[in-house]
Design a protein around this ligand. Structure first.
Ligand SMILES: C[S@@+](CC[C@H](N)C(=O)[O-])C[C@H]1O[C@@H](n2cnc3c(N)ncnc32)[C@H](O)[C@@H]1O
Length: 377
């Protein structure tokens, strides 16, 4: 099957926002097909450097291959929540002039049925961005309880029929584990009382499961906590996000770290303002042009946010204080840890809190599937 080419979104806007210096040092934390990497390299001089990161081994192989002749780029197989380790391995902490992150999945991931992201093309129920680590979706569904699944569908997918869908999934999975994306998509469609005809009925469910399985919000939060310490003075952070859950995290992070620079009177000498807050907000057009949306519909929901590192010291940062206690994110990760152990015959999951026990969940099915390797990255 012919694979769709991934078209980078807000390409010129994102590259302009990075304000690339001739011999600067940049990180593309979501290399994908290398579209943004290529545009960064086009503007970098001979002594410039680009560290490219992706958690998907196929993306890493593709980008290594694409830029095999270019010594300015180095490609790392890593989740971006480990960006500080990647940068430190090159001795570049505090020296980075710009970090770009283009969240979500690539067209290659969506188009390959075997990756299990698409309800349009049936494939194995996998859905891991990093196909070398962690449980597949089919394996995870064998360990999750109904209470948590309902919350995932509601909170990560804003799915109004979360209870019906969760019950249908777990009932079916207990009888015979769901193995393909088509089976899951059909089951979701059957469980919904009515459909919005503009969208596939499984759209929200697939989004929610993908976010939870790949810990996408936790990844983003841990990544943001590290970036201030990596950037040089004047270094830029550019984030492209695709749904409100991600954008809310980015917006809050920038607001909190740019608070003082945003609030100070404009006539205050910049040097003083910059001593007070570690970031300053860079005002840019957040949305793609109409032409881009017309030619690449995937770009319609993107939101770009940009911030610049000041010379203010790095603040003491705490995840829960910064983002509010992301209780569901923590709970899902704990469930995966315990659920994986349970699938291997270890400890039981305790993910259903006593106060919520009134929720009538179906018994948790045991498929006896061995997780290939628990999420260790
Ligand atoms: C939208 S694509 C990026 C496309 C890229 N900008 C381009 O122009 O080709 C998103 C990529 O980010 C990767 N990704 C998503 N979450 C990640 C994470 N937490 N750590 C590292 N890579 C991640 C995905 O595997 C995917 O390849």
């Amino acid at each position: 099957m012919q694979q769709a080419k991934h078209i980078p979104v807000m390409l010129s806007e994102a590259i302009n926002a990075l304000a690339i210096r001739d011999n600067g040092i940049y990180v593309d934390a979501t290399a994908g097909a290398g579209g943004h990497c290529s545009a960064i390299l086009d503007q970098l001089g001979d002594k410039g450097r680009l560290l490219a990161i992706d958690r998907d081994p196929d993306a890493v192989a593709g980008v290594r291959n694409r830029f095999a002749e270019d010594s300015r780029i180095e490609v790392f197989h890593s989740p971006f929540s480990r960006i500080a380790e990647v940068v430190a391995s090159q001795g570049l902490t505090g020296k980075i002039n710009g970090i770009l992150v283009d969240l979500g999945v690539s067209s290659m991931q969506l188009d390959q049925p075997g990756r299990g992201f698409s309800f349009m093309r049936s494939g194995e129920l996998d859905m891991r961005m990093d196909s070398a680590h962690g449980m597949t979706l089919s394996q995870w569904l064998s360990t999750i309880d109904e209470y948590l699944l309902v919350r995932v569908l509601r909170e990560y997918g804003e799915e109004r029929h979360a209870r019906r869908i969760a019950a249908a999934i777990l009932e079916q999975h207990a009888q015979r584990p769901l193995e393909t994306t088509a089976e899951l998509a059909e089951l979701v469609a059957r469980a919904m009382p009515r459909h919005d005809h503009k969208k596939h009925p499984a759209t929200r469910t697939f989004q929610a499961l993908r976010i939870a399985l790949n810990d996408e919000l936790g990844e983003l939060q841990r990544f943001l906590l590290q970036v201030i310490g990596l950037l040089a003075d004047g270094g830029r952070l550019v984030v492209l996000s695709f749904h409100s859950l991600e954008d809310r995290i980015v917006k809050r992070f920038i607001q909190q770290h740019a608070k003082l620079t945003d609030e100070l009177p404009l006539d205050l000498p910049v040097i003083n303002a910059e001593r007070l807050a570690p970031l300053k907000r860079v005002r840019v057009s957040k949305k793609p042009s109409r032409d881009e949306v017309a030619s690449n519909p995937r770009s319609r929901s993107v939101i770009m946010r940009v911030a610049e590192r000041t010379s203010a010291p790095i603040p003491q940062q705490d995840l829960d204080q910064l983002f509010g206690i992301e209780e569901l994110t923590h709970r899902v990760e704990e469930q995966k840890r315990l659920g994986g152990a349970k699938a291997r015959g270890g400890k039981k999951s305790t993910s259903k809190p006593a106060a919520k026990q009134s929720f009538q969940g179906l018994p948790n099915p045991q498929s006896g599937i061995q997780p290939s390797k628990l999420a260790d990255c």
